[in-house]
Design a protein around this ligand. Structure first.
Ligand SMILES: Cc1cc2nc3c(=O)[nH]c(=O)nc-3n(C[C@H](O)[C@H](O)[C@H](O)COP(=O)(O)O)c2cc1C
Length: 214
């Protein structure tokens, strides 16, 4: 990997990586909402989780908490996912064209048949500012999205479960979780993961007004 800054010390861990490959990886990531039903081996899920946990975090608290749902439990969750649709459907009806609205509704009902759902929680403590805690977890989530791409998998980050936060907490059995009992755990999003069964176009990126140079 060539280093554009002659004064910097290149990280030897990434020496062998082609710079273009990294940027291509970022571009290749896109939300996948339709999956083949094949299950994903546990060791692959573990690699994805460990990619997540390479993320930076405020005060290095590594305050992410992940709950991995597969198999029968995943099927059970679909009833909850359908409920979360009720919270967003009216807003989406105004925003989406009918075909996309129907696709989105189906996605909420089936989660695209994704065999794996990972719920991402933040452990919020008084030691760290609230927004820092939240940001750290989202950084881990994007690492996981990228790891899915290199694993030949697709993923979609979903905020939909936030519509039914309390029910998701209960569904995951958090009532008996020590951190949850202290009021320190907060659901931030979920990731659905599986082998892609469609190839949607990459959503175009806007640049206008996104960056200000001073
Ligand atoms: C925090 C967050 C919440 C999201 N929630 C949902 C969701 O509930 N349902 C969904 O279909 N997509 C959801 N998405 C995916 C976005 O719609 C998607 O990232 C965006 O349209 C850009 O497309 P791309 O991911 O293919 O680049 C979410 C993404 C983020 C980062």
């Amino acid at each position: 990997m060539s280093d554009t800054n002659p004064n910097s010390t290149a990280n030897p861990a990434v020496h062998a990586m082609d710079k273009n490959e990294f940027y291509k990886l970022l571009e290749a990531r896109k939300s996948i909402r339709k999956f083949k039903p094949e299950s994903i081996p546990r060791e692959v899920i573990e690699r994805i989780l460990s990619a997540g946990m390479q993320a930076p975090s405020g005060k290095n608290r590594q305050n992410w908490r992940f709950f991995v749902v597969t198999g029968k439990k995943r099927e059970e969750y679909l009833t909850y996912s359908q409920k979360s649709w009720l919270g967003v459907k009216d807003i989406l009806a105004q925003k989406l064209k009918p075909s996309l609205y129907d696709f989105t509704e189906r996605f909420f009902y089936t989660l695209g048949d994704a065999p794996v759902i990972i719920f991402a929680y933040s452990h919020n403590s008084s030691e760290e500012r609230y927004h820092t805690s939240i940001g750290s977890v989202y950084m881990a989530v994007e690492n996981m999205n990228l790891a899915c791409v290199v694993e030949g998998l697709g993923s979609c980050t979903i905020g939909a479960p936030l519509e039914i936060k309390a029910e998701v907490d209960h569904f995951l059995g958090l009532d008996n979780h020590e951190e949850f009992k202290k009021g320190e755990l907060e659901l931030l999003c979920a990731l659905v993961i599986g082998i892609p069964d469609h190839n949607p176009p990459k959503a175009p990126r806007q640049t206008d007004g996104r960056v200000t140079w001073l």
